[in-house]
Design a protein around this ligand. Sequence first.
Ligand code: SF4
Length: 258
Amino acid sequence: MPVTSDVDRPETAPDGPALPVNELFASLQGEGKLAGVPSTFVRTSGCNLRCWFCDSYHTSWEPTHAWLSVAGVVSEVHARDPSHVVLTGGEPTIHDESFELLRRLGDEYHLTVETNGTVVPPADVPIDLASVSPKLASSTPTPERAPDGADAGDWAERHEAARVGVDALATLVDRYDSQLKFVVTGRDDVAEVVDLVERVRAAASVPVPDTGVLLMPEGRTREQLAGTRTTVAELAAEYGFRYTPRIHVDLWNDAPET
Ligand code: SF4
């Protein structure tokens, strides 16, 4: 099973700049402040991290995609009803074409970008909600902790070196309406959340309220969520942070395009 750090680029794009798109579909936003809002999801392929629990394996550990022109993606979005668009991944900000897509959609749609917070977009890119999910130490893959059949290779070191950049996080918080959404595997993660939030607060120019810090239980299936969500909800209540469910998992388990 390949472990690919980058997605291959086509030599030519017949219809202008292109994005590697893993999925494009309309559903309900499952997580965060806008949970439940009908949205069109554009899921790009490729990620600069390798979380062992990645819930979009075919955008990170084994990138799978079709190359769609930015114009083609805009047409696909127009063909669907939601007024909200969620650009997600993988890590959409590693592709310059993602920024062009956002520019083209910005006048018509509410735009959420789901990002791991390691890349800062150009200042002119319109984003209505930066849904920033900094990755905790518990996300780092090891030979013993990698998706089934995957070879972690040197990703433990690469992931650990890249997973948090406080300056990038502070810039995202300063520039956009945002949420800091942490995937929490258990009680041991919370000290790192508290420390990182304090570091971002110290670096940012705007307040980062506790209600903008979301704890989300790790779990790609209903069964896995059942093992984490009560603990994570109790931690949110204990620390004054906000709990976010994963309603798409509750509703549709791990089905694609949900
Ligand atoms: S940052 Fe997100 S897309 Fe990338 S490996 Fe982690 S969970 Fe998957």
